[in-house]
Design a protein around this ligand. Structure first.
Ligand code: DC
Length: 219
């Protein structure tokens, strides 16, 4: 019998979720799904195509766009409407708008449906904010990562610098704090630890430490 398994990793922005989730998926030979990249892709498209200006979204036009859109696998990578996701979804501009987009109920209904379809029939490691609570409450293993905001901002700032983006560390810290607040306060699927998730504070831990902790829980 083909038994598929789901490992859910939730937590605050820049806690190392995606690096660790990728490493786990590679080690276990599971698929990896980064759900933050889905919200980032939708935000990027909404900005590019003029559906989103400042914090105002043209709901009707964007809903029509979503009706004709879908996420899908391109090999083992994630695609959107036939295209691979590019690095532009990681920009600071997208980061500034993405929490607003992720709080919109019809956007979350769209991503939820797509996440279920993408995970169907696969063993998968999936990271995000609401995976253990809303998307896969029945996941076999659940983890929730946190770290001090200053540590997370420093990590994100280094990542952006490596990509050649010039941003101020204080702006990145402000963005991390704003997103924590917006992600935690939203009405639909707020960022919250599932009661049965294992909590790991990554402030003082290396990626390898966190990875080994998770692996020992899984095995
Ligand atoms: O993990 P990330 O920083 O790439 O996520 C980008 C944004 O998407 C984050 O601010 C919150 C939102 N998000 C969400 O609301 N639910 C998820 N499952 C994943 C991300």
């Amino acid at each position: 019998m083909n038994r598929t398994r789901v490992i859910a990793i939730d937590g605050f922005a820049a806690t190392g979720k995606s690096t660790i989730a990728k490493k786990l998926a590679r080690t276990l030979d599971y698929r990896y799904l980064d759900t933050g990249s889905m919200f980032r892709t939708l935000t990027h498209h909404a900005m590019q195509q003029g559906f989103l200006s400042e914090e105002k979204l043209d709901d009707t036009a964007f809903q029509v766009f979503l009706e004709n859109s879908h996420f899908h696998w391109l090999g083992t990578a994630l695609g959107f409407n036939g295209q691979a996701l590019g690095n532009e979804i990681r920009s600071h501009e997208v980061a500034e708008k993405v929490s607003h987009m992720a709080a919109i109920p019809f956007v979350r209904a769209f991503t939820l449906k797509n996440q279920h379809e993408l995970a169907s029939g696969q063993s998968i490691v999936i990271d995000g904010r609401d995976i253990g609570t809303v998307v896969f409450p029945e996941a076999h293993h659940k983890f929730f990562l946190n770290a001090a905001p200053e540590v997370r901002a420093q990590r994100r700032w280094e990542e952006l610098r490596e990509q050649g983006q010039k941003v101020d560390l204080q702006d990145v810290l402000q963005n991390v704090r704003d997103r924590d607040k917006k992600d935690s306060d939203r009405i639909v699927a707020p960022l919250r630890k599932a009661d049965d998730a294992v909590l790991i504070d990554t402030s003082e831990l290396s990626i390898e430490d966190v990875f080994q902790t998770m692996l020992s829980h899984i095995q």
